[in-house]
Design a protein around this ligand. Structure first.
Ligand SMILES: [Zn+2]
Length: 72
């Protein structure tokens, strides 16, 4: 049985609900609002600052100045 995660549009409460029929009404358990947005992908979007860049140069491997070449 699928469990969907919702976020209440009114109070931003997150709650999970077992959804048998997608047309069924859902209500926020906190404020009883009927407006809630379904969260389709439950990937953790917290700390959304995941930049696509490579790992910042710390103990870089490969190139010169990596510590192994003794150029400084
Ligand atoms: Zn609510």
């Amino acid at each position: 049985m699928p469990i969907y995660e919702y976020v209440c549009d009114e109070c931003k409460t997150q709650f999970e609900k077992i959804v048998i029929n997608k047309q069924q009404e859902i209500a926020c358990p906190k404020c009883a609002s009927k407006k809630a947005t379904i969260q389709l992908s439950v990937f953790a979007t917290a700390n959304g600052a995941a930049s696509g860049g490579p790992s910042s140069s710390s103990s870089g491997g490969g190139g010169c100045c990596g510590g192994g070449c003794g150029c400084h």
